[in-house]
Design a protein around this ligand. Structure first.
Ligand SMILES: NCCCNCCCCCC(O)(O)C(F)(F)F
Ligand SMILES: [Zn+2]
Length: 342
């Protein structure tokens, strides 16, 4: 299985995030990708290739022009005002306010964000652009006939919707890839999001469509981030009715519960009959993850990969979250090894 990876991820390393009322080092740090890459090499999963550059066109098939314009210009605008610290939003168009896009940079940041967990730094745009090219390069490998590939994306993407960032996500890598599959002739694409957090961005992008089936297994929004999407009654809308599956789980869920949810998701994906399967591979479901509350153990990721492989579909794994940095590589690559039947 080929791995696609770009060192450009290092260009995005924000100063910190609010944790327990204090500004602390970001959980979403460059070392995450370093550990996964090291494990890919240690376990000899396959060649590691730099991404090709597919340009902005496939990104613009998912994200709006206003949003991409903001992302590309935000840092320069912020710096031009004499700022050197990371750019962060603070005011959002919550209900009872008007969602009219302001002309002002700070107002636009809030308009294009749903939380304060997507800081913008000098290198953020290049990092997220390259992360999307990593995903697109993995898609090209599948389109060229490979049965599987791994897009070692950083920053992640599944919380980003067409014009809103948040939760460490800016460009929705898996959504950009799904659209590329369809644009290249696929009729049906399935996305299986196994990250601990609900992929609210991915859901919202495809919610009214039947050409992309989205399944999420995640901490219930009744208690967990992103708090405002991911309930079981969200089954899709219009043409998309029945093509969105949320399997919210309680805190403390271990493999017995989680694996049963995976079985449900896999049966729905099999019934959908996709031409290609995309996996939003977050491993923050791990028992020692510092910000999550599921209890999967490292061997469970082998079983996860095995079950996904049993679907028998061309499969692209797209890296999302995971913050137990010492074990992120073992857990992510266990999924790949389980898939390959190592
Ligand atoms: N107390 C709540 C703090 C919320 N912190 C933000 C959590 C973001 C999770 C990001 C992720 O893991 O879902 C991704 F895959 F996108 F990286
Ligand atoms: Zn997550």
């Amino acid at each position: 299985m080929l791995t696609f990876y770009s060192d450009d991820h290092r260009l995005h390393h924000a100063q910190g995030e609010m944790v327990g009322g204090e500004f602390k080092p970001c959980f979403e740090m460059p070392a995450r990708a370093d550990h996964v890459l090291a494990r890919v090499r240690e376990r000899d999963i396959g060649e590691v290739l730099a991404p090709r550059d597919f340009g902005l066109t496939p990104i613009a098939r998912i994200h709006t022009a206003d949003y991409l314009d903001f992302l590309q210009k935000a840092w320069a605008g912020w710096a031009a005002q004499g700022n050197t610290a990371d750019f962060l939003p603070g005011v959002f168009p919550a209900r009872h306010l008007r969602a009219k896009r302001p002309n002002d940079l700070y107002g636009q940041y809030g308009f294009h964000s749903f939380d304060c967990f997507a800081p913008i730094t000098a290198g953020t745009w290049q990092a997220v652009y390259s992360s999307a090219q990593v995903a697109l390069s993995g898609q090209a490998e599948i389109a060229a006939g490979a049965h599987s590939a791994f897009a070692l994306c950083r920053p992640p993407g599944h919380h980003a919707s067409a014009d809103v960032m948040g939760g460490y996500c800016y460009l929705n890598n898996v959504a950009i890839v799904a659209q590329a599959c369809l644009d290249q002739g696929a009729a049906r694409v399935a996305i299986l999001d196994v990250d601990y957090h609900h992929g609210n961005g991915t859901q919202s992008i495809f919610y009214d469509r039947d050409d992309v089936f989205v399944a999420n297994i995640h901490g219930s929004p009744s208690f967990e981030y992103p708090h405002f999407l991911g309930y079981a009654d969200e089954a899709g809308a219009g043409r998309g009715e029945g093509f969105n599956l949320n399997l919210p789980l309680a805190a403390g869920s271990a493999w017995d519960i989680w694996g049963a949810a995976l079985e449900t998701a896999c049966q729905r994906i099999a019934a959908y009959g996709p031409d290609v399967l995309l996996v939003s591979l977050g491993v923050d479901t791990y028992q020692n993850d510092p910000i999550s509350s599921f209890k999967l153990d490292s061997p469970d990721y082998l079983r996860m990969g095995e079950r996904i492989a049993a679907l028998g579909k061309p499969t692209l794994f797209v890296m999302e979250g995971g913050y137990a940095v010492a074990e992120i590589g073992i857990n992510a690559v266990n999924v790949l090894e389980g898939f390959q039947g190592a």
